[in-house]
Design a binder for this molecule. Structure first.
Ligand SMILES: [Fe+2]
Ligand SMILES: [Fe+2]
Length: 184
């Protein structure tokens, strides 16, 4: 069986948006698509993590990762997809998500008992998302209040996610995170 054809999620041309001034719709749409891809891949990373973690804390962590995953998909990705609809853009073809994404997936530990490793991967994913949203915020600030507000909401959530994850680290995990921070 051959590959199904990619469906077209981009319109022939973007509709004019009265709330947007002084920015290029195509640039904005690409940024929104990239953030959308980040969210879907972050959802998948946390969903996978919830099932993959083993050990005494696994049940508790499964709950936390599933809750955060829920935010990424049903709140953040949804808000971005809704905003993209204002530009006649649909959610991208699944095969394009990896290319569109900036943060993609942070490296996961091979050992399912390396709980700190999974949590650190989550922290790094959140930090990448925060950097990415700061770019989107700077681009839209004062020029596209609709997107700007969505981005502000999401930034608050990502900062909270980072804190939730950091508070789950063991002492040893915190030391590992500090080592990583020194290197970067
Ligand atoms: Fe998110
Ligand atoms: Fe997040």
């Amino acid at each position: 069986m051959g590959e199904p054809r990619k469906y077209r999620y981009m319109p022939e041309k973007f509709p004019r948006r009265a709330e947007v001034t002084g920015i290029e719709s195509s640039v904005l749409v690409n940024m929104l698509l990239s953030a959308f891809a980040d969210e879907v891949l972050a959802w998948y990373q946390y969903y996978l993590t919830a099932y993959a973690i083993r050990g005494n804390l696994s049940t508790e962590l499964e709950g936390v990762f599933k809750e955060v995953a829920e935010d990424e998909l049903n709140d953040h990705a949804k808000k971005l997809a809704d905003r993209l609809q204002d530009f006649d853009v649909d959610p991208p073809d699944f095969r394009d998500l990896w290319q569109l994404s900036k943060c993609r997936q942070t490296e996961l530990p091979e050992d399912p008992h390396d709980v700190d490793g999974f949590i650190i991967a989550g922290i790094l994913a959140e930090r990448c998302a925060l950097e990415h949203y700061r770019e989107l915020f700077q681009y839209t600030h004062g020029r596209d209040p609709a997107t700007e507000e969505i981005v502000e909401d999401i930034i608050r959530d990502e900062a909270e996610h980072e804190t939730i994850f950091r508070n789950l680290l063991s002492k040893d995990g915190l030391r590992r995170l500090e080592e990583l921070e020194k290197k970067s």
